[in-house]
Each structure stands twice: as structure tokens, then as C-alpha cells.
Design a protein around this ligand. Sequence first.
Ligand code: NAD
Length: 502
Amino acid sequence: MTYCTEIKTLFETLGLAAPTDSAGGIAVHTPIDGSLLARVAPSTDAQVGAAIARAQARALSWRDSPAPKRGDLVRAFGEAVRRHKQPLGRLISLETGKIVQEGLGEVQEVVDICEFAVGLSRQLYGLSIASERAEHKLLETWHPLGVVGIISAFNFPMAVFAWNAALALVCGNTLVWKPSEKAPLSALALSGLLLQTSTELGLEAEGLSELLIGERAVGEALVAHPAVKLVSATGSTTMGRAVGIACAAQFKRSLLELGGNNAAIVCPSSNLELVVRGVAFSAAGTAGQRCTSLRRLIVHRSIYAALVAALVRVFERLPVGDPLADGTLVGPLIDQRAFDAMQQALKGARDAGAQVHFGDREAVGEAAAFYVRPAIVELATQSGPMLQETFAPILYVVPYDSFDEAIAINNAVSHGLSSAVFTQDLREAEVFTSARGSDCGIANVNIGTSGAEIGGAFGGEKETGGGRESGSDAWKAYMRRATNTINYGSSLPLAQGIRFEV
Ligand code: NAD
């Protein structure tokens, strides 16, 4: 069976209509061999406007539904996703080239965030605050925003939507989703399942979760629409800068989840066996195409040679190949652009005098598929391409002498998403996670930089955008807060003791 035929079968298994092939539509290729999976029609301007209008109308009734009732939808959706974990995981692998285990892991993340949101639907607490006035009550109440726009990147074509959607829905909002033009099939399947679930529950599905297909211009139209009250955008810093500025110009809320240039510090006391495993998964897993992928390794000079030699031995043996085959750990890059960017970064490093191990194209698949052996790049100091995010498996390694210097190197880049320290020294671990330690949104000890759990708030600082999604109190981004002062007496005392007698 060709991959194109398999896509149709997968949609049938999910009980959904297969994507209609649209001549002149956006061509979706599988990175596995570069073959065409489908051509999907982009949304026209009129369709974008109509979808947002439907979401705006539906938001008026959805906000009146009690939050635990809204949780019922998210629970049923999560159960539907769990039942269809295999075909959904397979679809992610076909569309993005993730290895089977990682495709399934992403679907599990969708299930997990739905469970989290169902619990949350009974915990959208406000505060009761002591009033300075007699017979007065001060409260904080939380209300839905209305329409939440979601823009997602290619590399997590289902999980990013779910992190936003599960929370936004229980918070009483409706959704308009613009997925990556490189992964619209995963979006068609997941949003199809959500609408199928709403209909099965007897809910009015129209406007609850609208899907827009298209490239950047469709995303721009979503951001520009006045009915969209929050834009949650996941992708490159270039995209986030444009979206953030457009939102600010309208005083619109934005939640930005952007690039990362993530580092790990390896200290002399660390367990090197654990380090090698943690580094290999973080740097080479998902072919280096996670926002949290490990890109910089900062190694104490005393263990530098031994660790680099161990990593070279592991990277040399990494099974690169067909992501659907048993045993493969590194699948293909998403496309030729990603491959070219990787080669350009490696050239820049070589020109700067780096020692480059691996990074070449592997002879796997067809001419239109881009498989690479993850690269290790040794530099004397942090410089050149190491200061940028290249969305490919390149691990830059530099030595350090003092722990303060290592932290300074960790923090000396423009992104601030994920970071880690490998150490058995309590003081180093505590300093790294303290105010004078890592400046990232994620700071781990003795695990790698990638693979966050949904229970914590996820996101990063600086050019990573500052947004937080998923667990903890990230739900607050999807609601507006009102402070209510209630006078249950018969006099009118003013705050701050002001007297204003009329
Ligand atoms: P991208 O920025 O090219 O595209 C992301 C999405 O933004 C797409 O849907 C695209 O159509 C849309 N878009 C682009 N420009 C836009 C604009 N001006 N206005 C509105 N929409 C616009 O990113 P990508 O190549 O799909 O994904 C890789 C990037 O995403 C990496 O930088 C990675 O680090 C980042 N990422 C971040 C996170 C996170 O949570 N921090 C998660 C996944 C990926």
C-alpha cells in the first residue's frame, strides 16, 4: 500500500472522511520518502471570516455551559483519542517522519492533557480577599475570553493543539486552529475527532472548534481578526515576533511558544552513563526537531575528552532510517529546507575552526527524503552558529572551567526555553535552579532538556516568547480576571479612607 492510500485508510479507521484531493491545493509530502500524501485546499478569506464568525457565535452559548459540563466534552474527546492511539500515532509518523514510539508518545500527550483539563474543569478557582472596608467582600472571578486562535508548528502536529484546546475549552472558549501547512492531515484528523465527539454528545458542534488550512497568510488573517481574543502561537521566533507585534498593536492577548537553543551542563561529579543516555535522546531524538532538543553541551574540561569520545561512539551507531521500522531511533528531517539549514550551520562551524563529527546525509530512502546522522560539533568557545537555533540534530560541545562560567554560557543566548545540569553535587544543582542559575523556563537536574511532562507549565523566556501552556496554572492565560467588590452593608465607605460627602 502506498503512503497516500494508507492515509485514506487511516481516516476511514477513525470514522472520518478522507481529505479531499484538491487540484492546486497545498501539497503534503511524507518526509519518509518524499512522496505525495494529499493536496489539501487552503481556506479562502471568506472561509476564514465565516469560521471565526461561527466560533464567535458559539462562544456565547459555550460560556454559559457549566465548566464541569464542558469538561465532559474534553473527557470524551480524550477517550476517543485513546481508543484511536495507534492510527493517530501512525498518521503523525507518516506526516512528520517521527519514529513510531514518538508518534504514539505525542498521542499519549493529547490524552494526558485532556485528563488534566477534565480535573481542572472543577478547579477554576478565584480568590476571596480580605476587604479593608466593613461589610464588604472582595473577590476574584474568572471568565472565558471568547474565541481563542491557535497557530501550531509542524513538529507537534497534535499535542500543541491539545495543550491549548483542552484548557481553552474547559475555560469556556471556542477555538479556531491554523495548523502548520506541513502537517494539515494530523490536524484534519484530530479536529475531526473532536467534532465527531461533540456530535455524539449531542452538543452543537458548529463553531466549537474551527479549522483553517493554509500558509502564513491564513495565520495572519486569524491574528488580525478582532473577534479573536487570544492568539496562542507555536513556532519560530521569526513568526512569534510578527504575531506578537500584530497582537500588541490591537491590545490583543498573545501566548508565544517559540524557538529554543537549549543547553546542558555536565559537571565532574555527574554519572556519565546517565549523561550519555540523556544527551543522546535529547540531542538526536525526533531528529533534533523538538523545540526542547538539546543543542549545546557545556562540559567540564576534566571530563571533556572522555565524554565526547563516548558520545561519538553512540552517535556513530545511532540507527538512522525508516521511522516506521522497528529499531529506528532517528527518522528523517522534515524537508530539504531543514537539511540545507543544517548543512549551512555545519559549514559555518567548520569555517570557525570547529571539529565536526558526522552530520552528513545518510543513504536512506529516495532522493526527496533527507536523512542525516546527528552531528557533534566541538568548539573551543561558544560562537557562530552555536548561538542560533538550527532546527536539526546538531550538538555543539564546549568546555568550561568554573561552574559560574558554565551558567554564563548557558544563559548567553537569545532563547530561554529548556536547560539541564548533570551533577551529583547538591550545591551545583541548587544554584542551577536558583535565581542566579539558568534563565530558562525549564531547568532540569540529571535529565535531558527534552520530554516535558504535561503537569508543569511549559514555555520559555526571552526570544522563546514568555508564554506558558499545559499544566500548573497555565489555564489563567485562557480566561480574563475580574475583581469584584461587594457591599453588603447600608453605608458607602470609600477605599483609602477618602471622604466624599454629597
Ligand atoms: P514556523 O514559524 O515556520 O511556523 C509555525 C506556524 O506559524 C505555521 O502554522 C505557520 O504557517 C505560521 N506562521 C508563520 N508566520 C506567520 C505569521 N507571520 N503570522 C501568522 N502565522 C504565521 O515554525 P515551524 O517550522 O513549523 O516549527 C519549528 C519552530 O517551532 C522551531 O523554531 C521550534 O523551536 C518552534 N517550536 C516551539 C515550541 C514551543 O512550545 N516553544 C514547540 C514546537 C515548535
